[in-house]
Design a binder for this molecule. Structure first.
Ligand code: TYC
Length: 102
């Protein structure tokens, strides 16, 4: 007969085998043409940041070439990359948005 202890041992082994899903950082890249104000608005709208935080991130991208806007599961990160890229292209800006596995 299986005891409670047996069940606990099996469950513990199953839990050890399950890796957490990979997470992805979403970055904006600097360029010479996209207006700063447009980038701030993008960060507020798609990454749910307040205006001050969005401005800090935009300035970091402007200074360092790249800046992290958030960390998400793969499907959500990928959707953000697509939506941000489509919005930038529609507005006529070359802004690049990319994702990298953590
Ligand atoms: N470098 C741009 C400018 O001077 C501003 C900018 C910031 C562009 C962040 C893209 O991801 C970016 N207008």
């Amino acid at each position: 007969m299986a005891t409670k202890q047996d069940n606990d041992t099996v469950l513990a082994r199953e839990e050890q085998k399950l890796k957490p899903p990979p997470m992805y950082q979403v970055f904006l890249m600097n360029d010479d043409y996209t207006p700063m104000e447009f980038v701030v608005a993008i960060i507020q709208e798609y990454f749910n940041k307040d205006r001050e935080t969005a401005t800090q991130i935009m300035l970091k991208v402007h200074r360092d070439g790249k800046g992290m806007c958030g960390v998400y599961p793969r499907d959500i990160a990928s959707t953000k990359v697509e939506l941000v890229s489509a919005h930038a292209r529609k507005a006529g800006h070359p802004l690049q948005c990319v994702m990298e596995e953590v």
